[in-house]
Write a protein that binds this ligand. Structure first.
Ligand code: SF4
Ligand code: SF4
Length: 436
């Protein structure tokens, strides 16, 4: 996508568009944090190819820059996935993403595993796929496998990552933040065991600080070069304003956090990530974590409203209909393929923390303001220097990361130099110890 086109879009008050297409709600994993787990009985649906093609045509017609194929488990639809990624690329969509829970990397023998992994990597490498995510829920392999119900998946992922690298794909470890991040060390910190809330929150912070550190060290050790995080999606399936059409939500305790816990969680992550940025391309923007932690502390401050329903859309597996996102099921835009134009109007929604839409809104908001109302942005940044510094820091870091191009290896020297300009880069990629 050309920089001039992006600037024209920003001047018109639009961010580069993205659409998330839920190819299927079928899944073979058992994640307690997700309503699509295989053990949850409901009638499953898969979008037919013609419907998806129409949705892709509409996305291309409306100049959308990014398209994600999500599930359920997208690799259950491997043949169609390959075909549709190729089709989306031909329609001119530059940023195409998909991912997996890693089930295809499990196998009875090493030879069988290697053959299956190589086949997946080879087929995806022949498409214009830009980013590929693999889910990792916990720093502790047995906990992750227990949650997913996929025995041996961690060893499978460990084997898969270098094979993908050989094929020119650099997968991202995708953490769905939950209380099992560091096993019992995070899940068993309970308020009733502390004299008061402050003592509990302090222990909670300490536990998640260790958990995040252990997680990033673990995925580095598994060979990943990119990491991202999904914020806990514990929205109630039906609240006054939200009606989840994307069933990747759950009411399970492991993804339910109180507001003060969320404030600590986001703040802790913001403190930890900079230590791992020199070695790992971590997408999670610190500016988002900053405003989210402030929001849950009840503080006012800069926060850009979500572009869901304006520049970003979600297409559900059940009928190919477009929605503002996976959580505003009341706002049905009808079949994506028939969408005459992208919706217009002021952005105002801050109802949830869905990072797919909230993170790019937070990152892109100031850019749009810069081109449309530079004086307002200047005033905003003067009032909130911490946000301004953090946002500029994110952009500089993203540049050092090559804008997270999952078809290129990391430029570790550039990453290191970005963060420690006065210290020579280590001779070999650093591996941080996996701490208990
Ligand atoms: S989180 Fe992903 S892998 Fe787990 S049940 Fe949901 S769709 Fe399946
Ligand atoms: S904040 Fe964004 S993702 Fe969340 S409900 Fe609103 S439009 Fe949807």
């Amino acid at each position: 996508m050309s920089i001039f086109r992006t600037i024209r879009q920003l001047r018109r008050g639009r961010l580069p568009g993205q659409v998330v297409i839920q190819l299927t709600d079928r899944c073979n994993a058992r994640c307690p944090q997700c309503g699509m787990r295989a053990t949850n009985a409901f009638s499953r649906t898969t979008l037919d190819t013609a419907e998806v093609r129409r949705a892709i045509d509409a996305a291309a017609r409306h100049g959308m820059a990014a398209l994600s194929f999500t599930g359920g488990e997208p690799l259950l639809e491997m043949d169609r996935l390959v075909e549709l990624i190729t089709y989306a690329g031909r329609q001119g969509i530059p940023y195409i993403r998909t991912g997996t829970n890693g089930f295809a990397f499990c196998g009875k023998t090493a030879a069988e595993r290697r053959q299956r992994i190589t086949e997946v990597a080879r087929r995806l490498a022949n498409t214009p796929l830009r980013n590929f995510w693999i889910s990792v829920d916990s720093a502790i392999p047995t906990v992750h496998e227990g949650m997913r119900g996929l025995k041996g998946v961690v060893e499978g992922i460990r084997e898969a990552v270098p094979i993908f690298h050989e094929h020119g794909i650099y997968p991202a470890a995708n953490l769905g933040i939950n209380r099992n991040l560091n096993g019992a060390a995070t899940s068993e910190v309970r308020p009733e065991d502390f004299r008061d809330r402050a003592a509990y929150l302090s222990a909670f912070r300490q536990a998640f600080d260790t958990g995040f550190r252990r997680f990033y060290a673990q995925v580095l050790d598994m060979g990943f070069t990119i990491a991202n995080a999904c914020y806990p999606m514990s929205v109630e399936p039906r609240t006054e304003n939200l009606d989840a059409v994307y069933t990747a939500t759950s009411e399970d305790r492991i993804v339910r956090f109180e507001r003060d816990e969320k404030a600590v969680l986001f703040d802790t992550m913001r403190q930890v990530i900079p230590d791992y940025r020199p070695n790992l391309r971590i997408f999670t923007p610190l500016c988002s974590l900053l405003v989210l932690s402030r929001h849950y502390r009840g503080e006012a401050g800069v926060s850009y409203p979500c572009r869901g329903g304006l520049d970003f859309l979600f297409v559900e597996a059940r009928g190919g209909k477009a929605f503002p996102c996976g959580y505003r099921g009341h706002d049905d835009f009808g079949p994506m393929g028939n969408l005459p134009a992208l919706p217009d109007g002021p952005a105002a929604c801050r109802e949830c923390d869905w990072e797919c839409f909230r993170d790019p809104s937070e990152l892109g908001g100031p850019l749009m303001e810069l081109l449309r109302h530079p004086w307002a942005l200047f005033k905003r940044f003067r009032q909130d220097r911490e946000f301004a510094r953090t946002w500029f820091g994110d952009l500089r870091y993203y540049r050092s990361c090559g804008w997270f191009d999952g078809r290129r290896p990391p430029a570790l020297e550039r990453l290191h130099h970005h963060l420690h300009p006065d210290v020579p880069a280590p001779a070999a990629p650093a591996r941080l110890p996996v701490r208990g």
